[in-house]
Every structure is written in C-alpha cells, then in structure tokens.
Design a protein around this ligand. Structure first.
Ligand code: NAG
Ligand code: CU
Length: 257
C-alpha cells in the first residue's frame, strides 16, 4: 500500500510536470546559463534565475506570484550589453495559444534588495496572434497563428534583444507565457533572471512604457479572459501591457537624418 501511494504521488507529479513548463536555461550574449530546474533545488542552487517553487500555472492576474513565479533570490547574474540577444529556453512546453511577453526591471541597487516592486517593469519584446481570417482561428492548433506554438515540444527558445542604448545597471529580465487554451481561464507562467547590463547607455523608458507586476492586467480584461473557442468573436488578439520599449533604436517614423 505504501509503495502504491508513493508511486501514484510520483505519477501525479510527473503528469503535472508534463502539462506545464518553465524557462530552465538561457543563452545570453552567446553564453549559456543554467536556470533553475525546479523540484530538485539541491541540484541547481547557483543559477542566474530566481528560484520558483513549482511551474504550475498561476491563474489569478493579481497573485503576488505573478512577478517572478514567487522567486525572490538567485546567487548569480548574467552580463549583456545593449543590442545583445537573450534566448530563454523552456525544457518543456505544451500550450499553443497565448502571448509571449518579455519584460525588464531596473534595480535601484543590489540584486539582493531588488524585489521588482512598483510600476517599473517595461516590455522589451512580445509576440501574439496573426490569423489569416479564413482558416487560422484563435483556437487552431495546426496551423497555429500564435508564436507561442513554436515553443511546443521542449527545448525550444525565444530570442529577444536588449534595447539599444539601455542604461547600464542591474536588471531583472522576466519571461512570461500566458496560456489561453482553456476558455476564460488564463494561465500565467513567468520566470525571472538577474542581468547586469554593461556599456555607456543612458536610455530609460518613460512612464508610458511601464507597469507594475502584478497590476499590468486584470482578470476581466478581454485579452486575459478570452473565450478562445468562440469563432464568432473577432479572430484578433491585442497583447496586454504597455508598448514595447525599443531604447534608442530608430522607430519607423523617425526617417529624418
Ligand atoms: C554578478 O556576478 C559576478 C560574478 O559572480 C559578481 O562578481 C558580481 O558582483 C555580480 N554583480 C552583482 C550586481 O550582483
Ligand atoms: Cu500546462
């Protein structure tokens, strides 16, 4: 009896693990960094990623865990310059509907006292839905109009760039997947890592690019509470949160010079 109880607990855990996912490693400015592996803290203590207790979905837009999946500490950091690429890798991921959001937060000082509080998070990248209005619906699996579908299958990465000219300093970088496959029941999957931005940049986003986490969205928002299987609604999707901050990169409309 004891054996079978233990066995089913393990089986249940395995099923949970199979269903969800988290960022488990990074490639930053060409260098590979381990993330936290979860469920086995003793095996992955010294990493750049803030440690999370599990990668079950967060189902409330106001849950304090939304910030970094509850993780508050990491012993290491990665280094990158403005314009460098940051690839986050999910060792497993299974949901093919929902947006990808990549956020940063400038710490006032040391990482150990950087808690990500206040309306100071800004997006550096995002990806959502592009249907063809004919056969690609919000809930289509194949083809999927969602970029998040590219992460399905395991050991897949998403690459973003540190904004040009971004002020040097200590930053948190937060990767967030919002899985929308269950109608009106969003699931948030965020993880954060510690990143030292080098160089002589001074650019910082103004308040129009910033938001608090939690706080940037509400449970009732039409892009959070999504009736994904309703093909009568417009087959479009607006990614939640402020616009993506591009640093000093020229915007399309800045064609003078
Ligand atoms: C980042 O990591 C390096 C190497 O471990 C360490 O020397 C440095 O103090 C860390 N930086 C911060 C801001 O914690
Ligand atoms: Cu899941």
């Amino acid at each position: 009896m004891l054996f079978s109880a233990t066995f089913s607990a393990v089986a249940l855990l395995a099923a949970e693990v199979a269903a969800h996912g988290a960022v488990t490693s990074y490639v930053i400015a060409g260098k590979k960094y381990d993330g936290y592996q979860g469920f086995s803290p003793g095996n992955s203590k010294n990493v750049i990623q803030r440690q999370w207790s599990d990668y079950n979905p967060i189902t409330s837009a106001s849950d304090a865990k939304l910030r970094c999946n509850g993780g508050t500490s990491a012993t290491l950091n990665a280094t990158a310059a403005p314009g460098d690429s940051v690839e986050a890798i999910w060792s497993q991921w299974t949901h093919s509907q929902g947006p990808i959001l990549v956020w940063m937060y400038k710490c006032a000082g040391a990482f150990s006292s950087c808690d990500g509080s206040g309306a100071n998070w800004f997006k550096i990248d995002e990806a959502g839905f592009h249907g063809d209005g004919v056969k690609v619906f919000l809930d289509s699996e194949t083809p999927s109009g969602w970029d998040i579908a590219k992460l399905v299958g395991g050991n897949k990465g998403w690459t973003s760039k540190i904004p040009q000219g971004l002020a040097a300093g200590n930053y948190l970088i937060r990767h967030e997947l919002i899985a929308l496959h269950q109608a009106n029941a969003p699931q948030f999957y965020p993880e954060c890592a510690q990143l030292v931005v080098t160089g002589s940049g001074t650019a910082q986003p103004d308040a129009s690019y910033k938001a608090a986490i939690p706080g940037y969205c509400k449970a009732s928002d039409s892009n959070i509470k999504v009736p994904i299987n309703d093909r009568k609604i417009p087959q479009t999707y607006v990614i939640p949160g402020p616009p993506v901050y591009k640093g000093t990169a020229k915007k399309a409309r800045d064609f003078s010079a």
